[in-house]
Design a protein around this ligand. Structure first.
Ligand code: GLY
Length: 466
């Protein structure tokens, strides 16, 4: 590994491991750093080739024979003198990518495999939070669907049914009544819609109030809680869109459909309170009781209820998606300096710089499209693929696009390839102006449904930031 000083004349090389919108955004942030002249993106997202940084080779896609072979990843880093690797999502983290890279002395941002149980084992984290008196909704763990069914029939209040393990941010099903809860138990524990993550469920009291996604960086010694937070919109449709909700039916839970920042509740006093009541006690356990040398981000999924009580829904070991995409637009601290500080245990030397803009991220999703037979209802249910994406060249200056589910086809160019296709982020001096700009621009984009005479099969929520 090179011993370059990152503030010196030599420029640094970073590898971002991942392929979604959050990972594209990470690559973009490292590309903005004054210290970085190359960001490798592995396995990467082909959409990046349609962006200015991709076109000029600052962000470069890396095709490894097998990107899931972590020794191959390490080999690439050593061969190309990569100075820092940032791992964006929970799956490679919980499969031990950081451990393999560190074994080869490659500097990284992200927790070791053992520490990812904070996210991959809700029972473990619930126990941790209870043990330090951090607020957590009433909950119970079940291994047997019969016991879980009996519980929800008797409990009398609304619940959220959660797969115990990883589920790409979609594993919590919010239930209005016993019927919903029984369906959720069936889906998670019997049909295994989230695979083995559903071997165990946590059934938690449903909470009302305002959700807050709060992030803190850890370097093994210090904690840097971000003094800014935002809110994710998890449901597929806006509440006012009852017609679509009725027509769509079933589980409307998604991995996130949009986000805005700053959250309407951001204030110095609430940030201080979150740090004092939630972040510091948790980090204290991580460092002092468990002795973990945790280097990476911790994501606290919180709820502030109408009685002003703060509770923790979940803890994750990576940035939230789409929360990171929108926070990153507002966060002006040099990302390579931040990443190196995480690795070197120097977070106490990092200054947070936030610009004064408001940002709105609207996610363009695959909507209803013609299937070979009948119709695809659209994300988060079955969705079509391969729809040509048009309109990106017509967007106003200053609009940021981060790609998620896309691919490149020989005849059509950039096409849709996932349920959540791209993030469109607009910033302005007020939230209203940022919203207007985001919605004005997203309406310029078309996902061409060739089977329906070129109709637009893109869908997006219209109420982000309201
Ligand atoms: N936005 C929710 C998540 O990243 O899990």
């Amino acid at each position: 590994m090179s011993t370059k000083k990152y503030w010196g004349i030599n420029m640094a090389k970073v590898l971002v491991y991942g392929s979604g919108g959050r990972d594209h955004c990470l690559a973009d942030k490292y590309g903005d750093s004054r210290h970085v002249d190359k960001v490798y993106f592995m396995p990467g997202n082909p959409g990046v080739l349609y962006t200015p940084k991709g076109k000029r080779g600052l962000i470069e896609l890396v095709n490894l024979a097998d990107p899931n072979d972590f020794n191959q990843v390490a080999g690439f880093c050593l061969e190309n003198k990569v100075d820092l690797v940032d791992v964006g999502s929970e799956n490679p983290l919980s499969s031990g990518l950081i451990d393999v890279l560190n074994h080869h002395d490659i500097p990284t941002v992200g927790p070791r495999q053992e520490y990812t149980k904070l996210e991959s084992d809700r029972s473990f984290t619930n126990f941790l939070l209870r043990s330090i008196g951090v607020g957590k909704p009433e909950h119970k763990v079940f291994f047997d669907p019969g016991d879980a069914r009996k519980y929800v029939k008797n409990i009398g209040y609304q619940v959220v049914v959660k797969a115990n393990g990883l589920a790409a941010g979609k594993g919590a099903i919010v239930c209005n009544d016993v019927e919903d809860a029984l369906c959720a138990i069936e889906d998670i524990m019997v049909k295994k819609v989230f695979g083995k993550s559903g071997d165990r469920v946590v059934i938690e009291e449903r909470k009302f109030g305002t959700e807050i996604s709060f992030f803190a960086y850890l370097d093994g010694k210090h904690v840097l809680p971000l003094k800014m937070f935002c809110q994710d919109y998890k449901q597929a449709f806006d509440d006012h869109d009852q017609e679509s909700i009725q027509n769509f039916g079933g589980n409307l839970n998604t991995g996130g459909t949009g986000c805005y920042c700053p959250h309407k509740l951001v204030s110095d006093s609430l940030v201080n309170r979150i740090i004092r009541e939630i972040v510091n006690p948790t980090v204290n356990v991580i460092y002092n009781d468990y002795g973990w040398n945790y280097k990476g981000v911790v994501y606290f999924g919180l709820n502030l209820d109408p009685d002003n009580q703060l509770e923790v829904f979940e803890i994750n070991v990576r940035h939230g998606d789409p929360e990171f995409e929108v926070l990153a637009r507002k966060f002006s601290t040099d990302f390579f300096e931040l990443g190196m500080a995480v690795w070197e245990g120097k977070l106490d030397q990092i200054k947070q710089v936030w610009n004064q803009q408001y940002y709105v991220d609207v996610i363009a999703m695959e909507g209803r499209s013609k299937a070979s037979r009948g119709w695809n209802p659209g994300y988060p249910k079955r969705y079509g693929k391969g729809h040509q994406i048009l309109g990106l060249d017509d967007l106003d200056k200053g609009i940021a696009i981060y790609f998620a589910g896309v691919d490149i086809s020989e005849d059509k160019g950039l096409v849709t390839w996932g349920g959540r296709v791209l993030h469109l982020i607009a910033g302005d001096e007020t939230l209203e102006k940022a919203r207007e700009k985001a919605y004005h621009n997203i309406r310029k984009i078309t996902f061409v449904d060739h089977k329906m005479d070129g109709a637009n099969c893109m869908r997006f929520r219209t109420g982000i930031g309201m």
